[in-house]
Structures are given as C-alpha cells and as structure tokens.
Design a protein around this ligand. Sequence first.
Ligand code: NAD
Ligand code: SER
Length: 317
Amino acid sequence: MVGHEGGRILVTGALGQIGTDLVQSLRDIHGSETVIATDIREKQGHPCIENGPYTNLDVLDKDKIFKLVVEKEIRIIYHLAAILSAKCEENSDLCEMINLEGTRNILDAAREFNLRIFAPSSIAVFGPDTPRKAPQITPLNPTTKYGMTKVDCEILGMIYFEKYGVDVRGIRYPGLISWKSPVSGGTTDYAVDIFHAALSEKSTYDCFLNAQTRLPMMYMDDAIRATISLMDEPIESLSSSRCGYNISGVSFTPEELVFEINKKLPNFVCKYKPDIRQNYADSWPDSIDDQISRNDWNWQSRFDLESIVNEMITNLK
Ligand code: NAD
Ligand code: SER
C-alpha cells in the first residue's frame, strides 16, 4: 500500500485556482505518486499534470468516480470541482448540476468505499440578513444561486455524516488571493486580477466592484494550511460546523487594496466600474467570526494585507 493512511488522495477540479496550490502541497507532503489530480479539462504544461499522476474526470460521471476510487485505492477526496459565483448566476442549471450533483456523486463514493471527503463551502452561504461580521451559527439565506448550492452541499454533507457515517469536512473559504493560477468566474477575482494589471505595462485596472466594497479575503497559503490541517484533525475534535467552518483571514475594500499596492507601485491607477458582480458582493458579509474553528482545530491565519501585497508583487514579478 502507498501513501496517506494506506491509500491515495484524489483531487477533483485540480486545475483551478485552489487545486493548483493544493495538489503541489499534498504532493510535497505525501509524495507525487500518492496524489491523483483530476479535472474535466486538459491544460498543457499545467504543474498538476507535469508533476504527478493526472486523469480526466467529469464529476458528473459517477461510474468513472467509483472506478477510479477502486483502481487507484483512493482513501481521501478533495472535491474542488465547481462553478463559481458569477458563472453560476449566468447559468443556474449548470451551477446546480455541477455543484450539487457533482458533490452528491462524490459523497456516494465516500459512502460506498468509506472515504474521507473535503468539500469546500464559501462565504457565499451568507445573505443580506447576516450580521456584517458573519457568525458561524446564523440563518443562511443567500440570494445567489451559487450560495444556495453551497448551503445545500453543507446540508448534504451533514446528512451523509449523520445518516451514513461519512467523514465529510468543509471550510467556508473567503475570497482567495494567489499568484500561481489565473482566476475566472468569481466575484472576489478582482483581488487577483488587480495585481496582474498593476504589473502590466499600462498599470491600470478597471475594478468591477466599487471602491468601498468590503469583503472577507485570504491569502492562498493560509487557505491551504487550513484545508490540510482540518483534514488531519482527529474526527472527535470536530463539531456540528464540520461541513462549513468559518475561517477569517483579512477584510478590505478595493480602495484599501489599491492604497497598499500604491506603496509598492506608485504609478498604478484603478478606476471603478461596478457591474452585476457588485450585487453578489453586496449580499455577502464584510468579515468572518472564526472563533469555533479556533476552538475546534486551532485555526489561526498568518497573512495580513501588507504581507499579501508583498507576496503577490514579489512572486508575480
Ligand atoms: P476554479 O473555478 O478555479 O476551479 C474549479 C475547477 O473545476 C476548474 O479547473 C474546472 O475545470 C473544474 N470543473 C468544472 N466542472 C467540472 C466537472 N464537471 N468535473 C470536473 N471538474 C470540473 O475554482 P476554485 O477557486 O479552485 O474553487 C474550488 C472550490 O472552492 C469550489 O467549490 C469553490 O466554490 C470553492 N471556493 C473558492 C473560493 C475562491 O476564492 N477561489 C472561495 C470560496 C469557495
Ligand atoms: N471567491 C468565490 C467567488 O467569488 C466565493 O466563493 O465566487
């Protein structure tokens, strides 16, 4: 037997923003051959394909999921395949199919083969009635289709845990900021795109949110550390928040981000041209109360806004 707890790890949606970083970290810890990256698309030269095993997998193809789990002796699935907020609002049928049916297929495989599952949630589970600093336990009334699918996935995870004993774990990620992968389809994407624009020849950016839109955000290194640490935690430590733990990183507005970037790149200019994504952002909280994650599994973020800006500019240069 190879790898983690006598089996291999499978990552769905591995070529996306989180997968690009997560697969590398998991391979560093467990060895390349132990971590099978999968996605619906092929992307030549992508590090997840170049640096270890890669297989095409559509998470709607339940038979192939089951076959892969058996053939590759999978014990853990990090299920990252999904459609993000802005894209979900454009195509709600596709959003429902991939986010809900895809997750149900993964949970069915977990039930059949006794797997541990990481299924990420999002700050999009909150709605306009959530307090500006979102508590862990609060009514979840999202107004976006994306947020609704994330609430449904948290509930589905809890049902599989309570009814069938499936070990499902999840985090309500804030908007994630990283440099290894391009981003698309999300509402918090501006906080990644802005760095690419700032370092471009023109050094200007048209921001699709207004200057004062405060949102919870996090640097990818913190998110990856949180993910792996939650998955390594003994099952007894986890509480009824297990399928959607709040975690807090930083909270800032586009204006505050620009102010920080200007300290390094004084010629950079940002213009504000809000589009439909402003509505989604306005329905989300400003910041996150993560006391329960701190208590249950000792979570604590490390990166503040200044260090995120330093990291992004240094690495993208
Ligand atoms: P992403 O859009 O960058 O990547 C998703 C990947 O899923 C893509 O590579 C895509 O090709 C793949 N995919 C789409 N449909 C598929 C299918 N049918 N079968 C297999 N793969 C498919 O997304 P991400 O940012 O890496 O997000 C991963 C997870 O984290 C999602 O559940 C998302 O909702 C959640 N999340 C992300 C953020 C963030 O800021 N990135 C914040 C909160 C929650
Ligand atoms: N960052 C994600 C998005 O904007 C939130 O889950 O869609």
